[in-house]
Design a protein around this ligand. Structure first.
Ligand code: MSP
Length: 506
């Protein structure tokens, strides 16, 4: 199967925060899982640089916009790596290849007659980079950003979105899983049903952006050029290769609920108008709230994910983000929660299991394990887990899959307690039993490492190395009896060493 996944491209008007890291982490977990299944994958992320707000921030700082974006983009480029995410291409919408493709794409729609000129008069929120109606406002302010929108009157080019209402409704009817979760599908569908209005796809009087090919006095509205990144990247990510042949329309978009309409309504319509197929699927996730507040710079509680990563490591932050908030829903998190999960779940449940298992093998069997009496219960549990992981990931249920893995971790911990290898070791007559228990623990922990590797990409190879096993992460290895006779297993160093809890939110 081919699996092409995108994150939204991030605005570069400020530095990344943990909310952005959340989307990137989730995307990386999904892609790593699909690699485990042997799928041909492509993971795209990047930055949205043509926004008015980016231009304004540069102006405020007295910088040339290109110089500004070239500098700040480095922080955004560092984000995936700091959270352990491995992308295939990082797109910047200031890339020449992107500009070229956007112009071609718009020209196609223009030639098809779905773009026309008109006068736009209305309200615009620079925070959202979105036109607003009076009904969207609360006390005259944008509810997202708490700032008054600006009144804009200019001659613009408009996209005939209204002409696509029926085709979009048909699409939603034919493909009930086009947008997930279901409540987001319903939200998008009812927005379409409520009637679609044409929208402006250009801005006059701003020199920053992709020029409209037939009228260079205007630039493309940032949301339009931004959405097109998902397609443009495929045309120049690899020299001499057009990846559209392999990955379009095998594309899945991951996005936050704040940008649902653009992705679930405008984007498929633009694609249809330009003669492209619509994406395979879109998944809309919720907000990661920190101490009940939305995380964003403008609200003053921005938390630099890099700070958390420095303290706990990328794996712990990934684990916490996906475990403490049910993926797809909004969820409240806290720094205490992160610390607690680090100590209790990663340190005790998993870390100690690995330490104890390797220490007992080293101590009681000179570092050797070999298949002994097969354990039917463990074999069945691993087969079931393998199947559940596939189903959960197909439903984008990243939190559910992690809980399934943790059930196995808990089973293994109970197994240590109930079989008490330290007792068996005292009785030579029970040597076979001890061999069997130690093998089951080693093989079970190995399977946990494979299963959890999308979430803990740094830790999983360490666990496999501690057990003398190769770093082979294929999902078929979430099974019993894979560990061959192995020598040289030594007591492993702690995987999640104790850390002091940071006292204040960074
Ligand atoms: N540039 C647009 C997206 C264009 S995609 C064609 C944009 N950028 S953004 O930087 O403001 O936000 C991008 C995404 O970051 C959001 O959709 C969401 O996925 C994610 N998040 C930002 N803050 C978040 C949280 N606090 N919680 C969860 N996700 C958050 O919108």
């Amino acid at each position: 199967m081919r699996y092409y996944l995108t994150t939204p491209i991030y605005y570069v008007n400020a530095a990344p925060h943990i909310g952005h890291a959340y989307t990137t982490i989730a995307a990386d977990v999904l892609v790593r899982h699909h690699r485990q299944r042997g799928d041909e994958t492509f993971f795209l992320t990047g930055t949205d640089e043509n926004a008015s707000k980016v231009y304004r921030v540069a102006e405020e700082q007295g910088l040339d916009p290109k110089a500004y974006v070239d500098e700040i983009v480095e922080q955004w480029r560092a984000l995936p790596e700091r959270v352990g995410a491995e992308y295939d291409f990082f797109i910047r919408t200031t890339d020449e290849g992107h500009h070229r493709f956007v112009q071609e794409f718009l020209q196609r729609i223009y030639d098809n007659g779905d773009i026309y000129q008109d006068v736009y008069s209305g309200l615009y929120c620079v925070g959202c980079e979105e036109f607003k109606s009076e009904a969207d406002l609360v006390d005259g302010l944008c509810p997202e950003h708490g700032i008054p929108p600006e009144r804009i009157e200019e001659t613009n080019y408009f996209f005939r979105l209204s002409a696509y209402q029926d085709r979009l409704l048909e699409l939603y009817d034919e493909r009930p899983d086009f947008v997930l979760p279901r409540n987001r599908y319903n939200e998008a569908r009812s927005f379409i049903e409520g009637g679609l209005e044409d929208f402006s796809v250009s801005r006059a009087g701003q020199p920053w952006g992709v020029p409209i090919p037939w009228d260079e006095g205007q630039v493309t509205y940032v949301w339009v050029d931004a959405l097109i990144n998902y397609l443009s990247a495929l045309t120049y990510a690899r020299d001499g290769e057009d990846l559209r042949e392999r990955f379009w329309p095998e594309v899945r978009h991951l996005l936050g609920k704040d940008i649902l309409r653009f992705h679930c309504v405008y984007w498929p319509a633009l694609l249809l108008a330009a003669g492209y197929e619509v994406p395979k699927q879109l998944f809309v996730h919720g907000w990661l709230l920190l101490e009940d507040r939305k995380i964003s710079k403008s609200l003053g509680n921005a938390l630099d994910p890099l700070d958390l990563v420095d303290v706990y490591g990328a794996d712990a932050v990934r684990f916490w983000a996906l475990r403490s908030v049910s993926f797809g829903q909004d969820g409240n998190t806290s720094l205490e929660g992160l610390h607690e999960r680090y100590e209790r779940e990663l340190g005790n449940d998993l870390g100690n299991l690995v330490s104890r298992t390797t220490a007992m093998i080293a101590r009681y069997r000179d570092g050797r394990v070999a298949p002994a009496r097969p354990n039917e219960e463990l074999a069945a549990a691993l087969d079931a887990l393998r199947g559940k992981l596939v189903d959960r990931f197909d439903a984008w249920d990243l939190t559910g899959a992690l809980e399934d893995i943790w059930e196995l971790v808990r089973w293994l911990n109970r197994h240590v307690e109930s079989t008490a290898p330290w007792q068996l070791a005292k009785d030579e007559a029970r040597g076979d039993e001890l061999d069997a228990v130690l093998y089951d623990l080693a093989d079970g922990v190995r399977a946990v490492a494979v299963a959890v590797s999308p979430y803990l990409p740094e830790t999983a190879p360490l666990i496999l190395a501690a057990l003398g096993q190769p770093v082979e992460l294929g999902i078929e290895r979430v099974a019993y009896g894979v560990t061959p006779p192995t020598d040289g297993i030594a007591a492993a160093a702690p995987l999640f060493p104790r850390v002091d809890q940071p006292t204040a939110a960074a």
